[in-house]
Design a protein around this ligand. Structure first.
Ligand code: PEP
Ligand code: MG
Length: 578
């Protein structure tokens, strides 16, 4: 560790991504780098020896991981590691690789050619389970390749002490796989405030700053850090006075949070007595429990794609059913809006073989992929129907851009209903079906979409990126992607007005719903439901209670006419002062 290399109190400014203050030592997360060269003229015996050593080392690591999973009661994951250990010593694989080594190529090339060959053979089999094994063999094989190259593989990343994670960027599945009990904060060089890593950090209640730039990566492990996820500032190697004032502020914030928490279970009634629905965004039953803890009146967005991440195969209908039931059981009779799988964009799931795209956020994402894979999609829809029995489960389709898409999705939902009823499963008599309004096309055509659905939930994260043409993951354009921009607010108004004219409710489940500046504006526009990370609920309820609906309406009218997001935010703050 080299603390002398960094000056004292080194400040860096990034983008505030998940609120809160944290202090602790830094730890750099390294991504794997598995490039290798093809070499010839190598001694087959020596190269075989290198492979054997790498395989033994990986098998040892995998056994340790398997034992850890067993201790933590993750029997499924433990079984996967067991299968990987066996695969690595498959005699036919080794025989094939020996054949390649005879051509005097290097161990890395022979090993990966062998793995690729066996993966392709498996992928071509008619049996789905065997096909899925091809992903396992690539996963286990790439661990051996990392050992051959001397690169630490990311999923062997172990956090032993509570620390501030520093990374170039993190994918949602990498973030999900970290031991959150030891992560004090995230400091990310890339990313935008509504990237899914930021959203996950908020869901875990972990402060995060993104878009810090490359310089953050030069901090040596163990550097003392102060992270302010609310303002987006971090301080490396702080002096004693800075630590003292930061700790004071942290204590005050904690006290303020405790006061807001005391009223969290009460409804969010405005000054004129109108109750506004405040619900939670979750991706599993643990988060649903935390939603109840923080006073959620239901779930406004259950991101089901997280069930599909961190696995080797897609979850079966039964597995999905269990996962949905777990969340519904926690929520009892409260409404639960389940969003069908939204993959693509920044969420890749390797075993779904979605293919590489130049513009994934404009590509084969969410319902677009599901409609072209109806058998895959119907597994989820059947599981949802079965889970609906005895609960207020609502279904919502993401990334809808055209009326045809919503009609096709509803037709598949009805097909799934017929199949489930034919198989004699019990289902709820009626469920509400809605769409996420997150493309400008859906927002502009909201008056047509109302005929197809029971509700709208506005996905302001995507609606903002598509409206302002500003990639939500790119820190260089993060200043453009502000949901308080009048171009976004005007669309929200159109959606709410169209929804209300047709008698359907309208919510917001993007991060904007918990943005303190945006809350009074959304209230004034007549929003019915605010859906957000569980830990954000007490503060959002606190803000809603400060306003009367007539004041908020007045504010909303004013800001729609302004020129920029900055002037909207300023207007909200001035209005407070007045
Ligand atoms: C959104 O786009 O606002 C949204 C809630 O969906 P996601 O962030 O998962 O894309
Ligand atoms: Mg979205």
């Amino acid at each position: 560790m080299n603390h002398t290399a960094i000056s004292s109190n080194r400040k860096m400014k990034g983008i505030a991504a998940a609120p809160g203050l944290a202090e602790g030592p830094s730890l750099r997360w390294h991504k794997e780098n598995l490039h290798f060269e093809r070499l010839s003229g190598k001694d087959p015996q020596q190269e075989r020896q290198r492979i054997d050593q790498a395989v033994t080392r990986v098998q040892k690591d995998l056994s340790a991981l398997r034992d850890k999973m067993r201790v933590e009661n993750h029997a499924d994951e433990a079984a996967v590691f067991d299968a990987h250990i066996l695969m690595l010593e498959d005699p036919s694989l080794m025989k094939y690789i020996d054949g390649l080594l005879k051509k005097t190529i290097n161990a890395e090339a022979a090993w990966m050619d062998g793995i690729q060959f066996f993966a392709e053979q498996l992928a071509a089999l008619p049996d789905d389970t065997l096909q899925a094994r091809s992903i396992d063999i690539i996963d286990a094989g790439s661990r051996v390749l990392s050992a051959l190259l001397g690169v630490e593989k990311d999923h062997l990343f172990i956090i032993s002490e509570p620390c501030v994670i520093i990374a170039q960027d993190l994918t949602p599945s990498e973030t999900a796989s970290l031991d959150k009990s030891k992560v004090l904060a995230f400091c990310i060089a890339e990313g935008g405030p509504t990237s899914h890593t930021a959203i996950l950090a908020r869901a875990y209640g972990i402060p995060a700053v993104v878009g810090l730039g490359e310089s953050v990566l030069s901090l040596p492990d163990g550097t003392q850090m102060l992270v302010d996820g609310t303002s987006g500032q971090i301080i490396a190697n702080p002096d004693q006075w800075t630590i003292q004032s930061f700790t004071q502020r942290k204590n005050m914030e904690e006290k303020k949070g405790a006061i807001e928490y005391q009223l969290a279970q009460e409804p969010a009634a405005t000054r004129d007595g109108i109750s506004v629905e405040v619900v939670a965004n979750v991706s599993n039953s643990g988060e649903a429990e935390s939603a109840i803890f923080y006073g959620a009146e239901g779930i406004g967005l259950f991101r089901t794609e997280f069930l599909f991440l961190k696995r080797q195969y897609e979850p079966s209908e039964e597995e999905q059913l269990q996962a949905y039931r777990q969340v519904l059981d926690v929520m009892e009779k409260r409404p639960v809006v389940v969003r069908t799988i939204d993959v693509g964009g920044d969420k890749d799931i390797p075993y779904l073989n979605l293919g590489k795209e130049d513009n994934p956020f404009l590509g084969w994402r969410a319902v677009r992929m599901c409609l072209e894979r109806p058998e895959f999609f119907k597994v989820q829809l059947r599981a949802l129907w079965r889970a609906s029995q005895g609960h207020d489960l609502r279904i919502m389709f993401p990334m809808i851009a055209t009326l045809e898409e919503v009609r096709k999705a509803k037709a598949l939902l009805m097909e799934a209903h017929r199949e489930v009823v034919q198989a004699r499963h019990k289902v709820a008599e009626k469920i509400q079906v809605g769409i996420m309004v997150e493309t400008p096309s859906a927002a502009i055509m909201a008056d047509r979409f109302v005929r197809e659905v029971n509700f709208f939930s506005i996905g302001t994260n995507d609606l903002t990126q598509y409206t302002l043409a500003a990639d939500r993951d790119n820190p260089k354009v993060a200043h453009l992607g502000d949901p308080c921009h009048p171009a976004v607010l005007r669309q929200i108004k159109m959606v709410i007005d169209s929804g209300h004219a047709a008698g359907i409710w309208v919510g917001v489940c993007g991060e904007m719903a918990s943005d303190p500046d945006a809350i009074p504006v959304l209230l004034g526009l007549g929003l019915d439901e605010f859906s957000m990370a569980p830990s954000a609920i007490p503060h959002a309820k606190y803000i809603l209670r400060q306003w009367s609906t007539s004041q908020a309406r007045q504010l909303a009218e004013q800001v729609l006419d302004l020129d920029s997001a900055a002037s909207v935010r300023q207007r909200v703050r001035d209005f407070h002062v007045e």
